[in-house]
Structure formats: structure tokens, C-alpha cells
Design a protein around this ligand. Structure first.
Ligand SMILES: C[S@@+](CC[C@H](N)C(=O)[O-])C[C@H]1O[C@@H](n2cnc3c(N)ncnc32)[C@H](O)[C@@H]1O
Length: 276
């Protein structure tokens, strides 16, 4: 660590060698595969932290985050490696499928349980909860997880710029959100009645899922694109054990289970049914 450094004295990009160290670290901790074209992105995302802790460069920063006493900084670095883009009612075909196909078939009095894995800042699980509140005629629950604690804190607060809710139907906006005024102009907040129906918790998809129990529907969208085939296989095998018979799995329309071993029947693009 050095006394004081100006921006010009710091390297802006990690060397190829140091990039490989970060690549291995991110892969082992999060399962995320950083292709070598991501060297610039890594440099941009970590540069402020390198400066903040007054490391002499990326290599020094790498050593720092690997010391047992610096796990907080390691967590920050890993969070910066995640991409958290999300919005309300993203890929609406999944929500249409819930309303038109899944929910009308639920057995009376049986709880309908949903897990939103990789929920980011909450727009996705709140969209799910809105649909369930409107269309599910049995008890229901939604749990939502992400590995990134900062986005989970954001999710629990439930405050969003209006821009994130462009696809949120007006009737839902009225019923489930409060419009920001004065200094909150341009923002909206999910009402407490709905916020308390979604249980957010930190969970790494590389960890053992068995203890989470069984679900009727799992959303795991726009996260497996960051993983390699081995990691995706491990996660899909784990998810199978977390689904009830006849349970459904929603992945993103830009993802596929092609090439992986699984016990799912493809119902529609990005919609799978669990077979026993
Ligand atoms: C692009 S967002 C997707 C958000 C939402 N599912 C959607 O489709 O709009 C990807 C999320 O996956 C999370 N993520 C990345 N690696 C993870 C891991 N190993 N375990 C759990 N979540 C992870 C990131 O923190 C990020 O919030």
C-alpha cells in the first residue's frame, strides 16, 4: 500500500496475468466466467476500489482482498463483478404463462411456492408477487435470493426509478406502488403490504440448495449466461431437487438448457416442467 497516489500513477487495466488471477477468483467464488475480453470491464469496475484502499495497482489489490482480515473488501470486489440489470415484468411471456396456464390448475388449499433465484434489486420477485396476489386463489409465498447483499438491501427498501417500471401495468402500479413526490419525484415505492410478502435472503447458487425446500415454480433468469457449462449443469441438477413433481422452471429467453442433462420437459421457449 502506498501513501497517496494520483490517478495517473495507477494502472487503469490489470495486466493479462493479473486478470487471470481475478478470473479464477470470480469463477471459484461466484461461478461467473469472465471471458478475456472482460479485462477492460474488470478494470473499470474495480479501479475506484484500488484507489480507495490506496493499493499500488490491481496486483496489489488482488493480494489485499485475499488476506483473511480483508473479507469485507473481497465481498465488495465480488459484488462489483456481478451484473444486476433487471426491471419489472421483464420477459412478460413468463407472467402470461403463470396467469393463463399454471395458476388456474393449482389444487385448492395447496400453498403455491415460488423461488426467485438471482433476484437482483427486487423488480422480478415483486412482479411475481403482484401476479400471485391478483391471480392465485390458494395461499402463496415468494422467496427471493441473490449473492449480492447490496442489491438485496435495495430490494428490501423497494424504491425504484420510474424507468424500471415501464412495463408495469398501470393498474398494478396504482394498487401496489406509491408515487414519489418532492425529493422523490421520478421514483416509486412498492407498498409495504407487498414488500412484506417477499422474503429476500443472500444465497450463492454454487451452494447446496437442498435445505431451501421444494417449490412449485423457480425463476432463474439472466444469470446462467454468466456461467460455464459445468457450473450450469451443477445448478440445474440442484434446482431439480428443489422442484415439486410437475413444478416449473423459468429461464431467460436468451438462455437454454440445451447440452445439459436434466429431467425437464420443454413446454414453451424458456419454460420447463419438472418430470418425476
Ligand atoms: C442480470 S441479473 C438478473 C436479475 C433478474 N433475474 C432478471 O432476469 O431481471 C443477475 C443477478 O445474478 C446474481 N448472481 C450472479 N452470480 C450469482 C451466484 N453465484 N449466486 C447467486 N446470484 C448470483 C447477480 O448478483 C445479479 O443480481
Amino acid at each position: 500500500m502506498q501513501g497517496s497516489l494520483t490517478m495517473n500513477e495507477l494502472e487503469i487495466l490489470p495486466s493479462e496475468e493479473v486478470f487471470i488471477l481475478f478470473q479464477k477468483l470470480v469463477h471459484s467464488k461466484l461461478g461467473i466466467h469472465l471471458a478475456k475480453q472482460k479485462r477492460m470491464m474488470l478494470g473499470h469496475r474495480l479501479f475506484k476500489r484500488v484507489k480507495y484502499i490506496k493499493a499500488s495497482g490491481f496486483s496489489d489489490y488482488f493480494r489485499y482482498i485475499n488476506k483473511p482480515e480483508n473479507t469485507n473488501e473481497l465481498e465488495i470486489a465480488l459484488e462489483l463483478m456481478t451484473t444486476n440489470e433487471t426491471f419489472f415484468f421483464r420477459e412478460h411471456k413468463h407472467f402470461d404463462y403463470m396467469v393463463d396456464t399454471l395458476l388456474p390448475k393449482i389444487k385448492p388449499n395447496k400453498e403455491f411456492k415460488v423461488w426467485c433465484a438471482a433476484s437482483s434489486s427486487g423488480e422480478e420477485p415483486y412482479s411475481i408477487a403482484m401476479v400471485l396476489n391478483e391471480h392465485c386463489h390458494t395461499p402463496w409465498s415468494v422467496i427471493a435470493s441473490d449473492v449480492n447483499k447490496s442489491v438485496l438491501n435495495h430490494a428490501r427498501k423497494g424504491i425504484y426509478v420510474d424507468d424500471r417500471a415501464k412495463l408495469l401495468p398501470d393498474s398494478y402500479k396504482k394498487q401496489y406502488c406509491t408515487k414519489g413526490i418532492k425529493e422523490f419525484e421520478g421514483y416509486m415505492r412498492v407498498k409495504p403490504e407487498l414488500r412484506k410478502r417477499v422474503d429476500f435472503f443472500c444465497f450463492n447458487l454454487l451452494d447446496d440448495m437442498a435445505a431451501l425446500g421444494k417449490f412449485d415454480l423457480i425463476f432463474i433468469r439472466n444469470v446462467m449466461i454468466y456461467f460455464d457449462d459445468n457450473t450450469r449443469q451443477k445448478i440445474i441438477s440442484g434446482l431439480q431437487h428443489c422442484l415439486n413433481e410437475d413444478g416449473h422452471l423459468f429461464i431467460s429467453h436468451s438462455e437454454t438448457l440445451h447440452g445439459l442433462e436434466h429431467n425437464f420437459e420443454l413446454k414453451q421457449p424458456a419454460i420447463y416442467r419438472h418430470l418425476k
